[in-house]
Ligand binder design. Structure first.
Ligand SMILES: N[C@@H](CCC(=O)N[C@@H](CS)C(=O)NCC(=O)O)C(=O)O
Length: 215
């Protein structure tokens, strides 16, 4: 499978971990904002990452891709069939992408991606706005994370992958999980990070992590 994007993106990492949990290998391909590669744009009409090409089937958006992959390659399921668990998995994925991510990416884009990677500058006012929004969500998460297991309880799901992936990206701008302040979230994150699929994706991300930390 071809996966367009860079691992720094929480959305791309989410798809990479979903694929790896299922034992599906992928080739990471360049693509993203500003790309004029017609193959990428055929997969991602909006020009965003991630996008995939699975044997000619082209799809964009991490949630759409994860939903497709989970149905097409159901072993193991990451979006449960049980209606209540399915609803919760979708909730956590949505929380990661549009709540935690929406605030956190204001910091990421304006302190790292814009000024350091794309060299187009950043808006510190927007970064500070993201920083002001974030505590509300991470404080709430600390009350919602279970002492053991996963966000759905016994069932590991797309929700765990999505929320953990957002935190991994936020760590690049100093907003990863702080164990001293949010120990339950930190313990849950450590359980996700200990999974072999997560570790394999983290190893693949290491070169970009090293590059960013040296900036
Ligand atoms: N809802 C989308 C969000 C994708 C997204 O916003 N990706 C960012 C990179 S982290 C992007 O490609 N941004 C470029 C743009 O918005 O033009 C998903 O889940 O895949």
């Amino acid at each position: 499978m071809k996966l367009y994007g860079a691992m720094l993106s929480p959305f791309v990492r989410k798809v990479a971990v979903v694929l790896t949990e299922k034992g599906i290998s992928f080739d990471l391909a360049r693509g993203g904002p500003g790309s004029s590669d017609p193959d990428f744009l055929a997969c991602s009409p909006l020009g965003k990452i991630p996008a995939i090409d699975d044997d000619g089937f082209q799809l964009a958006d991490s949630t759409a891709i994860a939903t497709y992959i989970d149905a097409q390659y159901p072993d193991p399921r990451l979006i449960p069939d049980d209606p209540r668990l399915k609803g919760k998995a979708v909730f956590w994925d949505e929380f990661a992408d549009t709540v935690l991510g929406a605030s956190g990416l204001k910091i990421l884009f304006n302190r790292l991606v814009g000024p350091k990677l794309l060299k187009v500058g950043g808006d510190e006012v927007v970064a500070l706005q993201g920083e002001a929004e974030l505590p509300r969500w991470v404080d709430w998460l600390e009350t919602a994370v279970p002492d053991e297991g996963w966000l759905l309880g016994e069932t590991f799901s797309l929700g765990d992958i999505a929320v953990a992936s957002t935190f991994r990206t936020l760590a690049y701008v100093g907003h990863g999980v702080d164990a001293a302040v949010r120990p339950k979230t930190a313990a849950w994150y450590a359980r996700v990070a200990a999974r072999p699929a997560w570790a394999a994706v983290a190893a693949q991300e290491e070169p970009i992590a090293q590059r960013i930390m040296s900036m």
